[in-house]
Structure formats: structure tokens, C-alpha cells
Design a protein. Structure first.
Length: 285
């Protein structure tokens, strides 16, 4: 029997039953690796702007970018729930834009849910998406699409007043029908309070150990983007150094003539080679 792919209701049902492992992925090989590693949810994050496209933040990522990368990930994933990030200005402009753009991720790219950043102000958008049959994951705390307003990538909810706003936003998103909420760069105490008070899973990133799950960026986990790693990230491998060494060895062998060796070369059968040389000698095509 084909393996059943996880759904938004499957993730919702995990509230309080076990830690949910979430990874980002951006193309066919990263999607395959994350899926085979056992991720419950694979997020095609707009963080691709920084780790794949070399942008300084996520504001330059477009719908075309996100659809392109989401399609590639969806071709690879067999088990995890694929969630697509809605990029900057794909949903903030109007409720109708939000529904139309969210629907494209399901209809054209193959995702089975979308994620958007923001709190109570986007409850009408979320409800309209759900009415159209589109599962929604929320995202509060440090919301990278607000980096210009925040003045940088800064932790949120550090004061009592700011923490109360986050709790109110989390309640609003849960009541609106989100199946999960990402809590990014908020104090662990605030994340624990939200996790205890709402009936949907919280997915932490820099939000402490009490969330229902955790998410990390693929490249951060494997050490593939030196210089970009936030302080709350745990790096599980350094693949940059051996990858660079392997590529440098290839370049050196090309320059020295060591590559390709005979083992990397294909030869014609002797009879075919003799006929080819004879024909070439007389100029035959």
C-alpha cells in the first residue's frame, strides 16, 4: 500500500502527544533528505531568499520563487506534510489576494497547507482561506517579513506588555482555525504560556523547549550557510568544509590532468573505432 502523507489534521491531533519535528526544504534533494530523515512537516520557507538566493532578507522573495521551489519539494516528499510560506505582499494586500495566492500553492505546486506571518489582524484572511479549503499555519513573534518595521531581526515579547500581545495573537489565530502556530524568537516563558493555553500545536524556533514541536532551517542544521546561523540554532553537522574541500580537489585534478582518468572515460569498441577512423580519413560523414 502507498505510504499515507501527513495532513494538517494529523499535525493538529499531535497537540500534547509528542514533539513535532519540522524542517525547511527548498528543492528536490533537500525535500527528499528531510522526508527520509523523518520530518513530520516540511516547510518550504521564504527563508530561501537568504539561504538559496543570496538576498539580505525575505522581502525580495516572490510568488514565482515560492511556487517554483514548492513544486520541486513536493515532487520529492512522500510522508511529511508540505507547508508553503506565503511571501511578502502575497496576502497582506487583501483577503481576496490571500485566498487566490494561497490556493495556488495547493492547486499548482502540490502543497497541502500554507503559512502566513502575523497576528489577530489577519484573522479575516485566515478564515477566508479555511472557507476555501486551505489549511493555515500561523507565525508570530519574530516575523521576518516585518524586519523593516522591527529595525532588524530582533526577538519579540521580551516585555510584559509585548508578551501579552503575543498571547492574545496566539489565541486569535487558534480560534480562527489555524492547525498550528510557529513561535519565533520569543522568551521560553512566553512560549510555554502560549503552548499551555491554546488547543493547537506550537512549533518553536528560538522559543525554548516547551513548544509542541521545533523547526530549524535545513542549511543551519547541516552548516551549509556559514555566517548566517542565529544564536538559537543547533548545528548538527559541518558539511560546508568537506564540500568545499571536495570541490577544490576536483578543480585541482582538472587543472593537473588527473581527471578524467581512464576509469572515468568511455572508449569505442575496436571494430567501431577502426571503421570510424577509416571513414574519417576519407572524409565520410
Amino acid at each position: 500500500m502507498p505510504q499515507k502523507q501527513r495532513t494538517a489534521p494529523d499535525i493538529l491531533a499531535r497537540k500534547g502527544e509528542g514533539k513535532i519535528a519540522v524542517l525547511t526544504a527548498y528543492d528536490y534533494p533537500t525535500g527528499m533528505l528531510a522526508d527520509e530523515a523523518g520530518a513530520d512537516v516540511i516547510l518550504v520557507g521564504d527563508s530561501l531568499g537568504m539561504v538559496c538566493l543570496g538576498l539580505p532578507d525575505t522581502l525580495g522573495v516572490t510568488m514565482a520563487d515560492m511556487l517554483h521551489h514548492t513544486k520541486a519539494v513536493c515532487r520529492a516528499v512522500k510522508s511529511a506534510l508540505v507547508v508553503a510560506d506565503m511571501p511578502f505582499l502575497s496576502y497582506q494586500t487583501s483577503i481576496s489576494d490571500a485566498v487566490a495566492n494561497a490556493g495556488r500553492f495547493l492547486q499548482e505546486a502540490g502543497a497541502r497547507a500554507v503559512k502566513l506571518e502575523g497576528g489577530a489582524e489577519f484573522v479575516p484572511h485566515i478564515r477566508a482561506m479555511l472557507a476555501a479549503g486551505i489549511p493555515v499555519m500561523g507565525h508570530i513573534g519574530l516575523t521576518p517579513q516585518q524586519v523593516a518595521r522591527f529595525g532588524g531581526f530582533k526577538a519579540q515579547g521580551k516585555t510584559a506588555r509585548a508578551a501579552r500581545v503575543l498571547v492574545a495573537d496566539a489565541r486569535a489565530l487558534a480560534e480562527a482555525g489555524c492547525f498550528a502556530i510557529v513561535l519565533e524568537a520569543v522568551p521560553a516563558e512566553v512560549a510555554a504560556r502560549i503552548t499551555a493555553e491554546i488547543g493547537i500545536p506550537t512549533i518553536g524556533i528560538g522559543a525554548g523547549p516547551d513548544c509542541d514541536g521545533q523547526v530549524l532551517v535545513f542549511h543551519d542544521v547541516l552548516g551549509l550557510c556559514p555566517g548566517l546561523r542565529p544564536g538559537f540554532v543547533k548545528q548538527y553537522a559541518d558539511l560546508w568544509t568537506p564540500a568545499r574541500a571536495a570541490l577544490a580537489a576536483y578543480c585541482a585534478e582538472v587543472r593537473s590532468g588527473a581527471f578524467p582518468a581512464e576509469a572515468n572515460t568511455r572508449r569505442m569498441a575496436p571494430a567501431e573505432l577502426a571503421e570510424f577512423r577509416a571513414a574519417s580519413e576519407y572524409g565520410d560523414a
